[in-house]
Ligand binder design. Structure first.
Ligand code: AP5
Ligand code: MG
Length: 219
């Protein structure tokens, strides 16, 4: 299978596409955002540190995030492919991931850059709700669960993320343009960058992503 990155601004649909892809390819979904939220819920020292950045929309420091991902990618379940969602987000993170990929012999083969215009991102984030247990995203207008407040996938409680406020989204978007968007160039130069325009909707986005993955050179 393939080692894959999902890149894109807040609300692009990284989590939504990730959930669909892992059910097709049966590889681990590694979302740094979900890992931080889990640590916050558990009240660990990492959680306390992460909360001070995430709630305001800022990025957690590179060294913290990189060591978390290095540890996760070295686990056995990543041997036959993995899907990164929300990592890397800065140039130092991308460079560190190259080193980690070489060290572990698990290099990145496909980077899917998910796009949507800013007006759509704001609409999605302001109406988003998420499962507290498994992280599946919903939307109050367009992607409602079958039963109000209950996750279709695991029965968990659906809630609104603390960083899904207008103020925090603005900060997150600024970080995206300044720190993450330059990674498009970085991966284009590596010859592994592909694009999915998510405004075609979740079902079509999945089909396009599958075509990309199946056409890529993966071991
Ligand atoms: P993270 O949890 O990764 O948040 P994000 O990047 O801001 O992205 P989102 O989860 O908000 O959006 P998404 O692209 O997953 O969209 P979704 O599928 O939910 O990170 C949170 C924070 O953690 C960061 O701000 C930072 O502080 C910290 N952090 C994480 N990683 C870090 C790192 N590497 N370095 C440093 N700090 C880090 O969809 C959104 C909505 O749209 C949903 O309502 C969904 O139903 C709907 N939707 C999705 N796809 C479609 C579609 N195709 N058509 C219509 N609607 C759709
Ligand atoms: Mg997400």
């Amino acid at each position: 299978m393939c080692n894959i990155i999902l890149l894109g601004p807040p609300g692009a649909g990284k989590g939504t596409l990730a959930k669909q892809l892992i059910s097709v390819y049966n590889i681990p979904h590694i979302s740094t955002g979900d890992m931080f939220r889990e640590a916050i819920k558990d009240g660990t020292p990492l959680g306390r540190l992460a909360a001070s950045y995430i709630n305001e929309g800022h990025l957690v420091p590179d060294e913290v995030t990189i060591s978390l991902v290095r540890e996760r990618l070295s686990q056995k379940d990543c041997e036959h492919g993995y899907l990164l969602d929300g990592f890397p987000r800065t140039l130092p993170q991308a460079e560190a991931l190259d080193t980690i990929g070489k060290d572990l012999k698990r290099p990145i083969r496909v980077v899917i850059n998910i796009t949507a215009d800013e007006e759509e991102l704001v609409r999605r984030i302001s109406g988003r709700r998420v499962c507290r247990k498994c992280g599946t995203p919903y939307h109050i207008d367009t992607m409602r669960p079958k039963e109000e407040g209950v996750c279709d996938a695991c029965g968990g409680e659906i809630y609104q993320r603390k960083d899904d406020t207008k103020e925090s989204l603005l900060v997150r978007l600024n970080h995206y343009y300044a720190d993450t968007k330059p990674l498009e160039d970085y991966y284009a130069k590596h010859g592994v960058l592909y694009e999915v325009d998510s405004t075609v909707g979740p079902k079509k986005s999945l089909k396009i992503a599958q075509k990309i993955i199946e056409g890529a050179k993966c071991d």
